[in-house]
Design a protein around this ligand. Structure first.
Ligand SMILES: NC(=O)c1ccc[n+]([C@@H]2O[C@H](COP(=O)([O-])OP(=O)(O)OC[C@H]3O[C@@H](n4cnc5c(N)ncnc54)[C@H](O)[C@@H]3O)[C@@H](O)[C@H]2O)c1
Length: 319
């Protein structure tokens, strides 16, 4: 039996409750939220005892692992308390809001050699796996990425000091995919715009941004993001090599080579796949199924933080 506790009982955690319930021998033992009423509701609906402080929950229920899904500004205490107690962690992206918190968690995870998986769920698409295989060893020339969608409704998302803005909070999935498929990022130059969402009184994130990335292998990438596109959403990535191209679009992958296009539709439930991989690693000690470790997710976070720094300074930022 795997005894699982939860920190943050909001939107995305509902997805994990549902997916974990599909895995044999998983028991929910603790629910923790700063808003105790959320923890109580989760406890009633999904099981486990409610708490409003992670360290109290860890000591009371002694879980085998914890799923941490809090807004970017709230990362740190739940992770450090889990690491001190040797509790393996599944953490929602992005790993933090600031570099100091992310780096100190990364150091502590590495020192403790703790199992830790970060929820870069796109990596669990079977289509992405096929694209990665296809691109292996091929030179990358040009990458173009786009995240177009509406403004998420949680109160903290629209505040820069809570979410880090769209690039850190959302576009991070695409930056991570670029890193996973094409290689690490060396430098970022980004610009942002704001002022289109005039009906919203309390927002401070950019409406839209464009970032240029220089990869360590010499390739270049452009990443355009907007959260002012309620009417039209798209999450897509196009990768060009000298002989072929790969297009990722909302889970689908199309590979064009020698004038032929092979299209693959996503088959896997990516949330179930990432949860299964974590539970398998927890039980077996074999971590090879984890597609994003904390150290890897830190690298993605540092690229997005560099983009924010560049938007602010107007200068390119080395990662
Ligand atoms: N991988 C994905 O596809 C995906 C999808 C949605 C959200 N997310 C990520 O999950 C995280 C949470 O997003 P959400 O949509 O669930 O937000 P949410 O606001 O719906 O839920 C967050 C919960 O955390 C609680 N909380 C805040 N600070 C806390 C603390 N210090 N300790 C304990 N609980 C705390 C809040 O009270 C709230 O109930 C975000 O970082 C987001 O990027 C990932």
């Amino acid at each position: 039996m795997s005894r699982i506790a939860f920190v943050g009982c909001g939107g995305i955690q509902q997805v994990h409750y549902q997916r974990l319930a599909q895995i044999d021998d998983v028991e929910f033992v603790g629910q923790c939220d700063v808003d105790l009423s959320c923890a109580e509701r989760a406890a009633q609906e999904h099981g486990g005892a409610p708490f409003d402080r992670p360290e109290v929950m860890y000591d009371a229920v002694k879980p085998d692992a914890v799923f941490i899904a809090v807004p970017p500004y709230a990362h740190g205490p739940a992770e450090m308390a889990a690491i001190e107690r040797g509790i393996p962690m599944f953490i929602e992206k992005p790993v933090a809001l600031d570099k100091r918190t992310a780096r100190s968690i990364a150091r502590a995870v590495s020192k403790a050699r703790l199992l830790c998986s970060v929820a870069y769920c796109f990596r669990y698409h079977d289509t992405v796996r096929a694209a990665r295989q296809f691109l292996k060893g091929r030179p990358i020339c040009l990458v173009s990425a786009e995240w177009r969608g509406g403004l998420p409704q949680t109160w903290w998302w629209r505040r820069m000091e809570c979410s880090g803005g769209q690039f850190v909070e959302q576009t991070t999935h695409l930056v991570d995919l670029i890193r996973y498929l094409c290689g690490d990022v060396a430098e970022v130059y980004a610009v942002g715009s704001s002022g289109c969402m005039t009906a919203l009184p309390d927002y401070s994130v950019h409406d839209s941004s464009v970032a240029s990335l220089r990869l360590k292998n010499g390739a270049v990438a452009s990443v355009a993001s907007t959260c002012v596109s309620e009417h039209e959403s798209r999450v897509a990535l196009h990768i060009l090599t000298p002989e072929a191209s790969v297009t990722f679009s909302d889970g689908r992958v199309a590979i064009r080579e020698d004038g032929q296009i092979t299209e693959r539709l996503p088959q896997a439930d990516i949330y179930l796949a990432e949860d299964r991989a974590f539970i398998y690693a927890l039980r077996s000690g074999k971590r090879s199924g984890i597609r994003s470790t904390y150290a890897d997710a830190l690298k993605t976070f540092l690229v997005t933080a560099a983009a924010n720094e560049s938007m602010q300074s107007g200068l390119p930022v080395r990662v």
